[in-house]
Design a protein around this ligand. Structure first.
Ligand code: MSP
Length: 512
């Protein structure tokens, strides 16, 4: 069973910001979950390096486009390392193996009779790399970038998108989960209802791109180039670069994209694939924006949050946790510093961290740091809660409901805190009820162990620290599978490590 999941290929016009980190964290979390399930996983990410927007950005820096893209791609890779992103493929659309794939694809669509030449005039936003419909403009500005659009007129090659109206309608009807969440699918269906218009897939005045096979005076439009990056990325290192090999490398994929580029992924891309006679993506998930004062955080507006600085200050797991737990994936969400600190303290330092710490303290005092030999009955409430929450977490991951996944795992820790308070094992030890007291400690530590597995896709480092405190060797954590969520995996007799807080409380700054 394979699971291929892609992030968008980020424009190499500027260094990454938190808005570009956010979808990548989500895809990393999802693919880590599928790795735990035992799927053969490919996580694909990369950079979109051709076109006018990139050439202009390079010029502004006084660099040639290639050098500029090398620098930006390196920054993205550095950020993925800092954020602990476990990607398998990083595709740069400037990779020499990409152009033959795009050109082969173009030829297939051309042979199908779906490409024609015509004159076009329209209002263009370079930041979107898209012609805009005048009715979508806000005070004559691009609604996303709030920048002027320019009247353009050129002879271009067009893709006959309108031919695929019915085929797309049929595909959507047959695949009710093709686009998620439902509100986004409705949006996509709405575009289809308005009627599809052919779009231009070449540029006459842009040199930084892939030459159009029948007319090398033009270059291929960045989107007709970048979307193919998802296929090039699937080539094995020594594969001949062609569509057949790419498709064999793990297609179809699940795409995770922001709502601003949903139309390209859910309408243009499937139609292009239908025209080329190739299978469609498995599923497309359209998420919301990280916002600042209600506006999309972005390079063009300059209202960005620096992920490097956040990780430097709080660590990768804290950043991953906040954005996954606090923002419903699919909706917009703001970064609020006080809320960030509060969430991490409440969930990771208190609910989860304290529970582990205090229980290990009792184990040191009463059991010589050894996991006791006990059997916890099926009817034990903490065991039952843990088993129920494990199922809920799995369902949540499958639906990309990251806040609910975190919440379900956390619920185990909250229940565990109540359970230990109520049963008061410290008192039971004192009163000589050793068997009962040991059973409480075992149940709590086992629950924490399982909660750590459930959270491993979100906070891989921290979950690893929990496992090592419970006495497991690093190799055991490195080979983690979802099967380890089964109750009873904590071996009796295992010696635990010294208890140190797994997550230190963060201090709220005193407000002036
Ligand atoms: N290059 C195209 C994608 C081509 S995919 C074949 C592109 N690049 S982008 O860098 O502008 O955006 C990449 C992704 O980052 C998009 O899905 C976009 O929605 C996402 N985000 C950029 N800023 C964002 C926020 N502030 N919040 C959430 N996601 C954001 O589009």
């Amino acid at each position: 069973m394979h699971f291929t999941c892609t992030t968008p290929l980020y424009y190499a016009n500027a260094a990454p910001h938190m808005g570009s980190a956010y979808p990548t964290i989500a895809v990393d979390c999802l693919t880590r979950y599928y790795r735990l399930l035992g799927y053969q996983v490919l996580m694909v990410t990369g950079t979109d390096e051709h076109g006018e927007k990139i050439a202009t950005a390079a010029l502004k820096q006084g660099l040639d486009p290639q050098t500029h893209c090398d620098q930006i791609a390196a920054e993205f890779q550095r950020l993925w390392q800092v954020l602990n992103i476990k990607y398998d493929r990083f595709i740069r659309t400037n990779d020499p193996r990409h152009a033959p794939v795009v050109q082969e694809f173009f030829q297939r669509v051309w042979a199908r009779g779906d490409i024609y030449r015509a004159a076009y005039e329209g209002l263009y936003c370079v930041d979107c790399e898209e012609y805009k419909d005048p009715k979508d403009l806000i005070q004559d500005l691009c609604p996303i970038h709030r920048k002027p659009v320019f009247l353009r007129q050129e002879e271009n090659y067009f893709f006959a998108l309108s031919k695929y109206q019915t085929a797309l309608e049929e595909h959507f009807a047959r695949h009710p989960d093709f686009v998620q969440p439902v509100i986004r699918f409705n949006e996509v269906k709405g575009w289809l209802k308005e009627g599809l218009r052919d779009f231009s897939i070449s540029r006459a005045a842009v040199r930084w791109g892939i030459p159009l096979p029948p007319d090398p005076e033009q270059t291929i439009y960045v989107w007709f180039d970048a979307l193919l990056g998802y296929l090039t990325a699937l080539l094995a290192p020594d594969d001949e670069p062609c569509l057949k090999n790419a498709l064999a490398g793990g297609w179809p994929a699940v795409h995770v994209v922001g709502k601003d580029i949903l139309r390209f992924h859910a309408v243009y891309w499937p139609a292009m694939l239908l025209s080329a006679g190739l299978p469609l993506p498995e599923r497309i998930f359209g998420h919301g924006y990280l916002t600042k004062d209600g506006l999309k955080m972005g390079k063009s507006l300059g209202n960005v949050l620096d992920p490097f600085a956040l990780v430097e200050e709080f660590g990768a797991d804290a950043v991953r946790y906040y954005f996954l737990k606090e923002i419903e994936f699919g909706q917009d969400g703001d970064f609020v510093r006080t809320r960030f600190i509060h969430t991490l303290n409440a969930d990771l330092a208190n609910d989860l961290g304290n529970l582990l710490n205090r229980t290990l303290g009792l184990l040191r005092k009463n059991c010589n740091n050894q996991i006791p030999t006990v059997t916890i009955p099926l009817t034990d409430p903490l065991r039952q809660q843990t088993e129920a929450m494990t199922q809920q977490t799995a369902q949540a991951y499958e639906g990309l409901h990251f806040p609910r996944a975190c919440e379900s795992a956390l619920e185990i820790a909250r229940f565990g805190n109540g359970y230990i308070d109520q049963r008061a094992p410290w008192k039971l030890f004192k009163e000589g009820h050793r068997v009962e007291a040991e059973a409480v400690l075992y149940a709590v530590l086992e629950a924490v162990r399982i909660a750590a597995v459930l959270l491993a896709p979100v906070i891989p480092e921290l979950s690893g620290r929990i496992w090592s405190q419970l006495g497991f060797a690093p190799a055991a954590y490195a080979q983690l599978t979802w099967a380890t969520t089964e109750w009873g995996g904590l071996p009796s007799g295992q010696t635990v490590a010294q208890a140190v807080p797994i997550f230190l409380r963060l201090e709220q700054e005193t407000l002036a």
